[in-house]
Write a protein that binds this ligand. Structure first.
Ligand SMILES: CCCCCCCCC/C=C/C(=O)SCCNC(=O)CCNC(=O)[C@H](O)C(C)(C)COP(=O)(O)OP(=O)(O)OC[C@H]1O[C@@H](n2cnc3c(N)ncnc32)[C@H](O)[C@@H]1OP(=O)(O)O
Length: 282
């Protein structure tokens, strides 16, 4: 993986076509701005961008496409007007299919390795709620711009599940350790304003367009930096976390499968799903 990434580190040419639109896959779109050369990756799985196997595979494919098409940066966002991503699709984990759940977790690992380790500058335009897996995606990026009055955080303990080590280290790469530990233990969801105050997000914007513009501005700060030096610097800083998961992928998968199949965990997920449904009928 590292070798193919290094192949991408030659100075990048800006796409020459006008506002190139490619529907890379069904559940994501990739749009490259011909002026800036920045690619916007939009998640589009109604109603809440729940990360199921198919969406994860499409996100992974889109990241690879962006790595390969010489884009100058990647902005991750959502087509839903109020939700960035509701995190992992709980139906993938509740009463799971034996084969599918393995493919599902493997796809999540692939997405994280590709996004956290991406050679291009990355930013998240968080245009809605961003719990759990949504927060993982956002914090895997180098910069975050969020719209007001939404929430973001790793709420796993509230669901009776445990965020894996790589979720935690991603969170900890953004927040000071003491704050990260407390928030993880509490399963705390931060409002936009709270997230800005602690540095979980970098800026607040009043519209999705403004958020995307601010993300592009951040990516633009690298315009005069040598792309190879920048990418290698980022990858060195992130190498330890990436290597840890790469080395322990199989164990991580087995741990997840064992944990998720525990009767108490299944019971907890069932109750949580019911509470989400009840909320919808209120
Ligand atoms: C040691 C290592 C071991 C490893 C151990 C395992 C580690 C796993 C780590 C887990 C990571 C995760 O991401 S776990 C996922 C955590 N996610 C969450 O807790 C988010 C829960 N959802 C919400 O809070 C809200 O839905 C929110 C996103 C804010 C949107 O609110 P809204 O009012 O706009 O919409 P709602 O009415 O609630 O939702 C619309 C519909 O979508 C459904 N829905 C919402 N979120 C959903 C979700 N995540 N999965 C499935 N379905 C979901 C609702 O039930 C509704 O279904 P209908 O009623 O049928 O229409």
């Amino acid at each position: 993986m590292m070798r193919s990434k290094l192949m991408n580190l030659v100075p990048r040419a800006v796409a020459t076509t006008s506002r190139q639109m490619s529907t890379a896959t069904k559940l994501t779109t990739v749009q490259v701005d011909d002026k800036t050369g920045i690619a916007t990756l939009t998640m589009n799985r109604p109603p809440v961008n729940g990360l199921n196997l198919e969406l994860l595979r499409d996100i992974h494919q889109s990241i690879e496409e962006i790595e390969g098409n010489k884009s100058r940066g990647l902005i991750l966002t959502s087509s839903n007007p109020t939700i960035f991503s509701a995190g992992l699709d709980i139906f993938e984990m509740y009463k799971p299919d034996k084969e599918r759940i393995r493919a599902f977790w493997t796809a999540l690992q692939d997405v994280w390795l590709a996004l956290y380790g991406s050679s291009v500058p990355t930013a998240a335009a968080i245009n809605g709620h961003s719990p759990a897996g949504g927060c993982l995606l956002a914090t895997s990026c180098e910069y975050r711009v969020m719209l007001p009055k939404y929430t973001i955080g790793l709420n796993e303990t509230k669901l009776g599940i445990v965020a894996p080590k790589w979720f935690m280290s991603t969170f900890e790469s953004v927040l000071p350790r003491r704050l990260a530990e407390r928030a993880l233990n509490q399963g705390r969801m931060f409002t936009t304003e709270e997230a800005l105050a602690v540095g979980l997000v970098d800026e607040v914007a009043n519209s999705k367009e403004e958020a995307i513009a601010k993300c592009a501005q951040f990516i633009g700060t690298f315009a005069k930096v040598n792309p190879l030096a920048r990418a290698l610097t980022k990858q060195q800083l992130r190498a330890e976390e990436l290597k840890q998961l790469e080395d322990e992928r199989v164990q991580d998968l087995e741990k997840f499968i064992f944990f998720v199949n525990q009767p108490a965990v299944q019971k907890g997920l069932g109750i949580y799903l019911e509470s989400l449904k009840k909320k919808a009928t209120k």
